[in-house]
Design a protein around this ligand. Structure first.
Ligand SMILES: [Zn+2]
Length: 361
């Protein structure tokens, strides 16, 4: 999603990028205005308005990024998507108060913009300008509507961003406040649940009033709320944990001359998905997956394990960190041989780590 973005500039060493789909918004706005019979000037004003709003979104993201920078957290880049902006921070602060301030400083920028516009309008036109009927008739047919609508949109941006659900800023504020009392993991869990309830309300209200954008936003936030919790849960569980905490002591190894049929009969009663393979000399020589056994069984049950196994062994000491083991399990092998003082004590796969995560939660 973030790959096809054009870099438009760099400020405070942070690259600002625009995703190509952003163009679609401008095309949509223009064609929509045109089909409603708007003149060229009105279309031009509306396009300028969209660009001005996205500039406000960029400033909002810089509110987050520059605050994060003060806490020594670098920002990879700021990307403009049709749904809004994203400041991709390298990492999140551990201290709740820092997360709170970083989250608040985005919407704060929009509040400041709204106040500045309000003061300018007040000094330009005086108090009578801020009447209800004047505001109800604002549109893009002339420049007079531009600034008041910019002010209103910035206020709406603040309200929208403060919805207390991930990945909205309000979700982070809520999590940070909860983290001061419950710790980060539990705070994230509560914040996720609150976020999901709000999403369900948004979806129901959106469908009921046929405001489908609202419903889609609800679905989008819902999926993200769950994702955020998973990643925080993973971090906090894996921190300070070693292979010692979750490896499997009892595990089965197939000899490499076992037939796939025999292996298949065995794994039917097993929940494990990866097995060690030993050669004629009783040495560990590789791993085989239940998936490979099942697939080969359908083709030729007489095949030997020696023809289908992965001839690679990765052994790690039980004192190795889970984070390191997980890295190896994602790229190098499906099953790690666990050793202690040069003798094999068990195995480790992604499921073992998953069990640890489930247990801790
Ligand atoms: Zn924000």
């Amino acid at each position: 999603m973030f790959e096809q973005a054009w870099q438009v500039g760099t400020f405070a060493k942070i690259p600002v990028k625009i995703h190509w789909t952003f163009i679609l918004i401008l095309v949509y706005v223009a064609s929509n205005a045109f089909s409603q019979g708007a003149g060229y000037e009105a279309i031009f004003i509306e396009i300028c308005f969209v660009l001005a709003m996205f500039f406000c979104v960029v400033l909002h993201e810089f509110g987050h990024a520059l605050t994060a920078q003060r806490y020594g957290i670098r920002t990879e880049d700021i990307i403009l998507l049709p749904i809004g902006g994203v400041a991709r921070l390298r990492n999140m602060p551990e201290k709740p108060i820092q997360e709170l301030i970083i989250a608040v400083m985005g919407p704060m920028v929009n509040i400041i913009i709204a106040i500045v516009v309000f003061i300018s309008l007040l000094s330009l036109y005086g108090t009578p300008f801020f009447s209800m009927e004047n505001f109800q008739n604002l549109d893009f047919s002339n420049w007079r509507g531009f600034l008041p609508l910019l002010m209103i949109s910035n206020i709406m941006l603040v309200v929208f961003n403060m919805i207390p659900a991930f990945p909205m800023d309000g979700g982070r504020v809520l999590r940070a406040l909860l983290a001061m009392g419950f710790g980060r993991l539990k705070a994230t869990r509560i914040a996720s649940i609150v976020g999901q309830i709000i999403c369900v309300i948004l979806i129901i209200v959106g469908l009921y009033y046929e405001a489908y954008t609202l419903a889609i936003i609800g679905v989008f936030i819902f999926l993200n709320a769950t994702q955020e919790y998973k990643s925080v849960a993973l971090d906090s569980v894996l921190k300070n944990k070693t292979i010692q905490d979750c490896y499997r002591k009892d595990f089965h190894s197939f000899t490499d001359y076992t037939t796939v049929k025999d292996a298949y009969d065995f794994i039917m009663h097993q929940t494990n998905r990866h097995f060690m393979v030993i050669n004629l000399y009783g040495q560990y020589c590789g791993t085989v997956s239940a998936k490979a056994i099942k697939e080969t069984y359908k083709l030729n049950p007489e095949t030997r394990i020696s023809e289908i196994y992965q001839p690679k062994i990765l052994s790690l000491n039980s004192s190795t960190s889970i984070a390191h083991a997980l890295y190896a399990l994602r790229g190098q092998t499906n099953l790690i041989l666990v050793t202690e003082a040069d003798s094999v004590v068990g195995v480790l796969d992604q499921e073992s780590i998953q069990q640890l995560i489930d247990m801790e939660n």
